[in-house]
Write a protein that binds this ligand. Structure first.
Ligand code: CAA
Length: 254
């Protein structure tokens, strides 16, 4: 099994499990991860995903052994990596819990999540330049948007790695934990998210993500229409009533 999925209440943890290849991301893993997540995405009780690897590697990139002999036409015909768009389109919030190497496609996978938490030993990089290629799963775009052109250019042109601290300072990572507690702490945060109303967390991530794509004026309009749409849910009534009645809300996910 290249992906192990485990439930912790409303949280589904997906662990990449190709340790001998440092969790290199091949086509099978891409299809597996997307099909598992698409299934859970529709389940009202699943409120957050955690994507993780092992202590040495989150993922050391796309699988070089799978790509090495491919021709230009094969890459084109297969639209290689296009399947990862489905990962981006998963509506349920997803947190990357990164320990060890997050390189190339691994760094890109983390950036396709909604939040990135890192262990103190994490190392991020886009070293494709050393292989005679460039990032291919959105790395040049997402990294630049997240950490800025100057730092992204440095990482992409030199292939240098940055550690967890630098990644946090740069804006790639939001929280750092010791290696031993990374997963446990990430699950705690994922549980907080999964206890909120699912339609609301989905809208929340949608409006934040949209900010990266459109201008302020359009973004504010989009946010307002999403805000209004939540008044079609029972969870909005429940959340606001619970506040007034000084009790915890009991969100139903609709
Ligand atoms: N693809 C396939 N196999 C990989 C791999 C990858 N991305 N990364 C590591 N492996 C394999 C190694 O080939 C090795 O396998 P064998 O035992 O069969 O030789 C095994 O994992 C262990 O790796 P190392 O012996 O190299 O381990 P190390 O501790 O000495 O080095 C490392 C660790 C610095 C991460 C090194 O493995 C490395 O540089 N890996 C490649 C990183 C990289 O270039 N990533 C980008 C890939 S291209 C890409 O991702 C394109 C894109 O944008 C999507």
């Amino acid at each position: 099994m290249d992906i192990i999925d485990k439930h912790y209440g409303g949280v589904v943890v997906l662990q990449l499990n190709r340790p001998k290849n440092l969790n290199a991301l091949n086509t099978n893993i891409m299809h597996d991860i997307v099909s598992i997540m698409s299934k859970y995405d529709k389940e009202p009780e699943v409120g957050c995903f955690v994507i993780t690897g092992n202590e040495k590697a989150f993922a050391a990139g796309a699988d070089i052994k799978e790509m090495v002999d491919k021709s230009y036409l094969e890459m084109l015909d297969e639209d290689f990596f296009a399947g990862w768009e489905q990962f981006v389109n998963i509506k349920t919030p997803k947190i990357a819990a990164v320990s060890g190497y997050a390189l190339g496609g691994g760094c890109e996978l983390a950036m396709m999540c909604d939040m990135v938490f890192a262990a103190e030993n994490a190392k991020f990089g886009q070293p494709e330049i050393k292989l005679g290629v460039i990032p291919g799963i959105g790395g040049s775009q997402r990294l630049t948007k997240l950490i800025g052109r100057v730092k992204a250019m440095d990482m992409i042109l030199t292939g240098k790695f940055i550690d967890a601290k630098e990644a946090k300072q740069a804006g790639l990572v939001s929280r750092i934990f010791p290696v031993e507690t990374l997963l446990e702490e990430t699950i705690k945060v994922a549980k907080i998210i999964s206890n909120y109303s699912k339609p609301t967390t989905q809208k929340a991530k949608e409006v934040v993500n949209r900010a990266e794509e459109i201008g302020l004026k359009e973004g504010v309009l989009f946010e307002r229409s999403m805000f209004h749409s939540l008044f079609a849910t029972q969870d909005q009534k429940e959340g606001m009533k619970a506040f007034i009645e000084k009790r915890d809300p009991d969100f139903k996910g609709f």
